[in-house]
Write a protein that binds this ligand. Structure first.
Ligand code: HAM
Length: 416
């Protein structure tokens, strides 16, 4: 017996209905905000991620799925932003129109220790708006994420917001932090002792109590932001207030990827415990240039689909489907029912039948398992009268109708 790899999931048919629902809602809203879909490959040159996410980040150091191919090292993508920026530059999308609004839906891979809400193959619904430094697009991205969550029916989330400042601000801030935190090195957890030399910002959002106490004494309040970055941050907050988006400022929110500059945000949900972020994003004004493109700003975010589904209340409530299930009793009726099945499908009505020669009772159970909204029963009796029994499974009613008006009748009931 083979088993799936730890940290991966089989998304079974019933759950797929929820995934499809989420995807349909997302695509509709993306089109309302004028975002177009992009589908980059799942496998990239590993160096793309080292360069974009940062050599010292946890993802690059510990979590990449690497595949050696002769001299090359490939990686299963751990996130979408680097791939989208690579694709934007490589396909000259910036030449078609400097400003591009793109979205993607697909699997990501991180070699993490699996637990609830933390998988090795998980899925992102992500957005990247490339080619603008305007704070208005930060506001749009956060507003869009809020709009999507409301449309998914998710409540009780909190948007945490911060600004890391430009590269220069970040550099000075990191130097200062290094100086201050070195004085308290002994009190830091083993992970943060390592972070001190390469990834000092991450100490700010360490969950260890001792690290938290040391950080709280530093009284961090965006003191490191230059005038321009303060101005940008203030425009973002103003825009969000104008759009009536609720958020809280979190001066210690730093995110785990090096490419972020200025605006960063994270969306947390109380139902999720330790892995409480359902989505996150921010601005990355240096990445396009860093990867060989022009000096253009960008902003984006991604939701983890598995985590969205963990907090969606309609999880198990898969309602009936507009499926018509045909049960034929007897050889002749079976022959007729196959013709009928084909005609229903040609008319665009979702239909299926019993291919396992079940008894009437067992076939009815099957129809109910399939959550079919309608069942058609065709027996010798009906065949002789050119009628068919139509059962409405939601209303628990049944009627015998002439077979020649069946499609019209079903279309009426299905609201077509
Ligand atoms: P991230 O915070 O690494 O950001 O991932 C975004 C979301 O993906 C998280 O908030 C979480 O919901 C989900 N997620 C991450 N890791 C896992 C995992 N192991 N298992 C399940 N869900 C997970 C990014 O990846 C950035 N690329 C987001 C972005 C787009 N920033 C700008 N543009």
């Amino acid at each position: 017996m083979f088993k799936r790899i730890p940290g991966t999931k089989d998304i079974l048919p019933e759950e797929c209905l929820l995934w499809q629902k989420l995807e349909i809602i997302s695509r509709k809203i993306f089109s309302v905000y004028n975002y177009s879909e992009i589908r980059p490959p799942l496998i990239e040159d590993a160096k793309l991620f080292n360069r974009s996410l940062g050599e010292f980040t946890e993802i690059v150091q510990k979590q990449m799925f690497l595949i050696k191919n002769q001299e090359d090292l490939y990686a299963l993508r751990p996130e979408g932003t680097a791939s989208v920026v690579r694709a934007y530059i490589e396909n000259n999308l910036d030449k078609q129109s400097a400003f591009q609004k793109l979205y993607y839906i697909g699997p990501m891979f991180r070699l993490e220790r699996p637990q609830k809400g933390r998988l090795r193959q998980f899925h992102h619904i992500g957005v990247e708006a490339l080619g603008s430094f305007d704070p208005g697009i930060d506001v749009e991205a956060i507003t869009l994420s809020d709009h999507l969550l409301k449309a998914y029916g998710i409540n009780d989330y909190e948007i945490k917001l911060n600004s890391l400042g430009c590269n220069n601000d970040k550099k000075l801030f990191m130097q200062e932090l290094h100086k201050d935190l070195s004085k308290n090195k002994d009190g830091l957890c083993p992970d943060c002792k390592i972070r001190l030399e390469g990834n000092v910002l991450r100490i700010l959002d360490c969950k260890n109590e001792s690290c938290k106490t040391i950080v709280s004494k530093l009284n961090i309040q965006n003191q490191h932001l230059c005038q321009d970055c303060l101005g940008h941050f203030s425009e973002v907050k103003k825009g969000l207030d104008y759009n009536q988006i609720k958020y809280t400022i979190e001066p210690c929110l730093v995110r785990g990827l090096d490419y972020y500059t200025r605006t960063v945000f994270e969306i947390k949900h109380s139902l999720l415990g330790a892995q409480d972020a359902i989505g996150a994003g921010g601005r990355y004004d240096n990445l396009i240039k860093e990867l060989g493109g022009e000096d253009k700003g960008a902003v984006g975010f991604a939701f983890g689909i598995e985590r969205l589904l963990l907090v969606t209340s309609h999880q198990s409530a898969v309602s009936g489907q507009n499926l018509v299930y045909i049960i034929a009793l007897g050889e002749k009726a079976k022959e007729e029912s196959l013709k009928l099945l084909s005609n229903l499908r040609k008319s665009g009505i979702a239909a299926d039948t019993d291919y396992e020669n079940k008894s009437l009772k067992a076939a009815m159970r099957k129809a109910s398992d399939l959550k079919a909204n309608f069942v058609l029963i065709l027996g010798e009796n009906e065949l002789n009268k050119s009628t068919i029994m139509l059962k409405d499974m939601l209303k628990s009613t049944q009627e015998e109708i002439p077979i020649n008006i069946l499609i019209d009748e079903l279309n009426k009931k299905l609201g077509k």
